[in-house]
Write a protein that binds this ligand. Sequence first.
Ligand code: SIN
Length: 319
Amino acid sequence: MLQKIIILGTGGTIAGLAADPSQPDRYVAAQLAVSQLVEALPEGHGRFEWQAQQLAQVDSKDMDEPTWRRLLARMLDLIRDPDVDALVVTHGTDTLEETAFLLSVVLPLHKPVILTGAMRPANAPDADGPRNLSDALSAASRLPGGVWVVFAGQVYPASQIQKVHPTALDPFRSVCGLSWPLAQLGDGAGTPWDTRPDGRWPDAARVLASPWPRVELVLSHADAQPWWLPALIDDAVQPPLQGLVIAGTGNATWPQRWSQALAVLMHKGVRIWLCSRCADGLATPGSHEGLTTVAWTPVQARIGLMLQLLTEAPAEPVL
Ligand code: SIN
């Protein structure tokens, strides 16, 4: 029997078009429907039973909580549907790292979920979307349950990727060095593989049933001044700040002159996590003076802290 794969489209460059294909760097993301992307695959789409669903149509710089909620809810329904074998999600690469991390820590792991995208618009001479989508569909029948990213011929555990290049055709790397050439994957999915970082992760149903705590991300840098930090807890700004991630210098350090302002934030109940702003390598995890350092990328840490705070809060319905 043919495998049934649902392909969820969210937009991105993979669905983008350039007004002039000879100038592919000038394009608008999220123009083509995901069904058009599948129908245009050169080797056809009769290898599996497929259904395309357009969940969103955004440039992923505009990815937001409402869209993530819709995506999570739809994916949860599809994963629970016994007729569905695997899911593929097309997504812009700019925030794919964040969506991949969120999905990989809250979704059940028993079906393969593959995220992919492209670095060139669909009508560029060197468009990479068709190959990435075709690879993602092929990987959907060969990977075990869990959340994966398939891009530029590589397979990555979705909780481990980071976008490290703004224009290269292979812009991702694995923060823990874990990735494989797609060509090395065998047939036969095997048992689900949990590649989530250690931690108490809420399941998707809980995440959908709760308000998401407000967590901000700031970057520490030379000559960084502290005066604006207390403004983060201005009562006039709602919802109130519950968490702050500092992408710190080096091994997750911050300027001495921030110390007093950070103490005020902590006194007001704001949870502060540190990570490293370095492009290569992660901070050494640990806890010191009420601050927690995590070995995640800054944007992963923001989602991780949000989920941690959500897990600790009593469940309350979303209005
Ligand atoms: C986006 O993230 O939607 C635009 C950039 C890309 O997909 O590479």
